[in-house]
Design a binder for this molecule. Structure first.
Ligand SMILES: CC(C)(COP(=O)(O)OP(=O)(O)OC[C@H]1O[C@@H](n2cnc3c(N)ncnc32)[C@H](O)[C@@H]1OP(=O)(O)O)[C@@H](O)C(=O)NCCC(=O)NCCS
Length: 389
């Protein structure tokens, strides 16, 4: 019989971390790394599955906030460190963990990154945001004109102090963006220690610091230099453009790799838009609406005739019911419904990455008036989460 417990003891949190890493085929953290990682174990947020006295499964959340369409910011749980010991998989351990975690979450929405696409739909997580992996031909990347602000290199100690504040000041722009918690920065700083060649530059405009980028450049056996952009945030278009001017004018860089939103306008910066090549598009945000009424009222809607949507949620039946969505907002109503949808697929359309009409074409939802629902849920910018967890 699988028992789910909330961990409080540090030794058990370390065992939790080690179990998760083993499930991912990684080795456990050394003592010095653990000193940093332990800061990410917030009280009350760590679940473990036990068979008798043996820990066999793990999951954890980090508390932060997320932007929803329209710009409101809501409490958000970042779900992470999901793993089941290899000799206990496919016996319902993850199912027990997910049920317990979902029923005890205080945040109205949770997101995660999925190692595989077939794991989380059954727990009500929908694929809500994708990201483009871009490859930029740095040798041909010419941005006309001059920078308008100033870019300065900062040393690691300065960036450790400066970036958390600057990231908060820059704010969260797109739906799906999340705030960063103290443990996130602790881990980020630990990773930076591992990548000694990580460089951070900060941009300042007329009102002070308003953007930063962290990157590293590596050289392969053919002397090709590739830059990986690790972290990038900007408060305005001048900061974004100036930082790209800096990056593309660096010596000894052949290619730049960066993750960007599906609608990122980056190619328009360059004289030759073909220097930006989309190498891949992959799923990023898996979103679970934990409190459907609260989340439907948190976001704004486009202009269209109202639509009544019936939501079905097997794990959290309090969400079951009909919701009338109109340009003025959303409210619970009695039926009849125009569209019937699972909570997983409502999660998929929530940030605007997926359309009702596409789900209908794929026979994943039933009903009518999909065009009106598409117009109501449409967003002007594609979702993105630039904070990895
Ligand atoms: C993914 C993982 C957590 C699943 O744990 P688990 O205890 O085996 O999951 P459960 O037994 O509760 O499975 C529930 C259902 O999901 C299915 N499922 C679970 N993992 C799956 C996977 N990787 N691919 C496809 N289906 C999967 C099961 O077949 C089962 O389906 P059923 O109810 O129709 O029989 C576990 O296999 C694991 O630790 N994998 C390696 C680490 C990893 O990928 N972690 C996730 C990081 S995001």
């Amino acid at each position: 019989m699988t028992e789910i417990r909330v961990l409080t003891d540090e030794a058990q949190c370390r065992a939790h971390h080690g179990l998760f890493r083993r499930a991912m085929h990684w080795s456990p953290a050394e003592d010095d790394k653990w000193e940093i990682i332990r800061q990410t174990y917030e009280p009350g947020r760590t679940h473990a599955a036990f068979e008798g006295d043996e820990m066999v499964g793990t999951t954890q959340t980090f508390g932060c906030s997320m932007v929803v369409p329209g710009g409101a910011v809501v409490p958000h749980a970042a779900v992470s460190r999901v793993g089941v010991r290899a000799d206990y998989t496919r016996r319902g351990v993850l199912s027990a963990l997910m049920r317990e975690q979902l029923s005890t979450l205080s945040e109205p929405v949770a997101t995660l990154r999925a190692s595989e696409g077939r794991i989380y739909g059954r727990f009500g997580y929908g694929l809500a945001g994708r990201v483009r992996f871009l490859r930029i031909d740095a040798r041909k990347a010419v941005i006309p004109g001059s920078p308008v602000g100033r870019v300065r290199m900062v040393d690691p100690d300065t960036s450790d102090k400066l970036l958390p504040e600057l990231h908060t000041a820059i704010g969260l722009d797109r739906p799906g963006q999340i705030s960063r918690w103290p443990g996130w920065w602790a881990i980020h700083q630990e990773r930076k220690g591992a990548a000694e060649n990580l460089v951070t530059v900060v941009h300042s405009g007329p009102d002070g610091d308003d953007g930063f980028v962290s990157y590293k450049v590596s050289e392969d056996k053919d002397f090709k230099h590739t830059m990986e952009i690790e972290d990038f945030a900007w408060a305005n278009a001048d900061a974004w453009r100036d930082l790209w001017i800096y990056l593309t004018r660096l010596d000894l860089v052949d290619e730049i790799h960066v993750d960007a939103a599906l609608d990122d306008p980056l190619n328009w910066l360059f004289e030759d838009p073909r220097v930006v090549y989309t190498k891949d598009v992959y799923d990023q945000i898996w979103l679970r609406l934990v409190d459907v009424p609260r989340m439907l009222t948190a976001r704004t809607y486009g202009v269209a005739e109202p639509v009544v949507i019936e939501v079905r949620d097997e794990l959290l039946p309090a969400n079951d019911g009909c919701y009338r969505v109109s340009p003025d907002g959303a409210e619970r109503v009695e039926g009849p419904a125009d569209i019937t949808i699972s909570v997983e697929l409502l999660g998929a359309v929530y940030l605007g990455d997926t359309k009702f009409s596409d789900l209908a074409a794929a026979k994943r939802i039933e009903g009518s008036r999909f065009d009106e629902a598409d117009a109501l849920f449409a967003v002007p910018v594609a979702p993105l989460c630039s904070t990895f967890f």
